[in-house]
Unconditional design. Sequence first.
Length: 157
Amino acid sequence: MSMTRLPVLHLSSAPLNVDPPHVVLQREFARRQGERIDAPGTASTSRAPEQPRAEAGVYAIRNRATGRVYVSGDLDVDMALACDRAALKSKQHRNDALQDEWNWYGEDAFSFDVVARVEPRADGKTRGKLAQMLEAMREQLRSYGTTGYNHRVRVPF
């Protein structure tokens, strides 16, 4: 019996760079605005001139079995909703509690709805209006604590 030596892996002792939640959310928000990622099974998002512009808005994902709700928003609300649905189906959603209940109850127990659209502003300050509407809708739909999936994290704009 000959013993083969396996190579030794040397791991860096440098500390991991763990960003606070608001920095991660801000980076995700910027990533979504900079590059459009197609949800699996959907057509490309390159828009032809005759198609309407993306609309900013707030959407809710509701678990009809438990009554819990996840509320989020984006400058392209329809694409964000499709991306969240695709992430849930591929078991890669960023909200672990929502993903766990999706895995347990199944797709049929959830509804996906756009709950508010933000009118585009002439001065280009749609992001601020979206952030205000998102916070208001989270409070109104009680998406925090035991009745929801959201966590209280403020993202500076």
